[in-house]
Design a protein around this ligand. Structure first.
Ligand SMILES: Cc1cc2ncn([C@H]3O[C@H](COP(=O)(O)O)[C@@H](O)[C@H]3O)c2cc1C
Ligand SMILES: O=C(O)c1cccnc1
Length: 353
């Protein structure tokens, strides 16, 4: 059954605290210094609560890469032309992008999705194209409200399908020239922060380019007056099809009780919009890394998330989210395989909390 927005939001319930407590109990019985694996432990506990059982396991892993073009690129807010979106999206099918190389190491499948790239793509990219690029947000809404909802439902339906196919851990990724512009616009509106504080150089931008980018976002916000209390209003006016799709992935993962790794600034902006739409969805998110973009840390804080990795990455594509997978798997290996204090006859260790 395909999701409607009403059914999707109604299906999202807070994660299972009791399962989380049981997972802490198991961690604390393992023969090692208490809580010494830090966030690895906390994240496995989070996943236990998401899955509703302390018997944590996740099966296959995937990174969903939402690809789309952004009309605002005509304002000169990016270093490269928008044709790069299509090229890199197609390179995903040949396993020739950064996230593809990293996913091979992490054992994750890469699933590129055309949410609205400017030209038709090869068939290896899942065709969910809403429209061939958004409109320029400095002149009016980037998309209609209906298109935004279509994007959200596309992402959520994809998660349901992936869950049926045995995927139990999903990373979010994106490819869309200009999407740090849309992300900064969303974050500025949702967090009520000045545009210049949440806007960076994206995939590389000169100082003049950065000034153009800030001005374009300011004009986009002034022209559209998005309502910060209505995340769909914000994303349809100043967001992109990739971000709408990512919102749907986060909401779909929450509805299907699948843990989802947030990548960098763009994914985090989409996660923020998803959580503002449905606060309970926040329980299902895991932060992977903190983006080097200026507001990377700020958005994670607003989401109440602690990143596993601080590596000054700002690549996108889902690269940071995939990088966190092996760490989580190491945590899971200790959680599932290690001997306990009791079994190994260590009686003298008195855990101090
Ligand atoms: C060759 C290339 C590969 C990329 N892979 C990810 N991004 C990253 O850069 C884009 C966002 O930056 P901006 O808003 O400045 O355009 C997104 O596509 C993001 O995934 C790339 C960018 C480029 C140029
Ligand atoms: O943090 C990110 O997701 C990011 C930052 C800059 C460019 N591309 C992606």
């Amino acid at each position: 059954m395909e999701w409607t927005l009403e059914r999707l939001l109604a299906a999202i319930q807070p994660a299972d605290r009791q399962a989380g407590e049981a997972a802490w109990k198991h961690w604390d019985a393992i023969a090692k210094p208490l809580r010494s694996l830090g966030l690895l432990e906390a994240d496995i506990v989070r996943i236990a609560a998401i899955q509703g059982t302390a018997d944590v396991q996740w099966g296959k892993k995937a990174v969903v890469v939402m690809c789309a073009d952004n009309g605002v690129v005509e304002e000169g807010v990016t270093q490269t032309g928008q044709e790069v979106t299509a090229i890199v999206s197609e390179n995903m099918t040949r396993h020739d992008t950064s996230v593809c190389c990293m996913s091979s190491v992490a054992g994750a499948d890469v699933i590129p999705v055309d949410m609205g790239v400017c030209r038709p793509l090869v068939s290896g990219v899942l065709d969910k194209c809403i429209r061939r690029g958004t409109w320029n947000m400095t002149k009016g809404p980037a998309m209609t409200r209906e298109e935004c909802i279509q994007g959200i439902l596309t992402g959520a339906n994809l998660v349901s399908e992936l869950k049926e196919r045995g995927y139990g851990l999903i990373a979010t990724g994106e490819m869309g020239i200009g999407n740090t512009t849309t992300s900064s616009a969303i974050v500025s509106v949702l967090l009520g922060c000045p545009v210049e504080e949440v806007t960076g150089r994206g995939a590389g931008l000169s100082t003049e380019g950065l000034a153009r980018k800030i001005s374009a976002i300011q004009r986009g916000v002034e022209v559209n007056r998005p309502d910060p209390a209505d995340p769909i209003d914000v994303v349809h006016k100043v967001g992109g099809f990739d971000i709408a799709g990512l919102m749907g992935v986060f909401l779909g993962c929450a509805a299907c009780r699948v843990p989802v790794l947030v990548d960098g600034f763009i994914s985090a902006a989409a996660a923020l919009a998803a959580v503002r739409l449905c606060p309970a969805a926040g329980d299902y998110l895991l932060a992977s890394h903190v983006s080097k973009e200026p507001a990377g840390e700020m958005v994670l804080q607003a989401l109440g998330l602690r990143p596993l990795i601080r590596a000054e990455m700002c690549l996108g594509e889902g690269s940071g989210a995939v990088a966190a997978m092996p760490l989580l798997e190491m945590g899971l290996a200790v959680y599932r395989s290690m001997t306990t204090f009791e079994a190994t006859n260590i009686e003298t260790y008195v855990p101090q909390t």
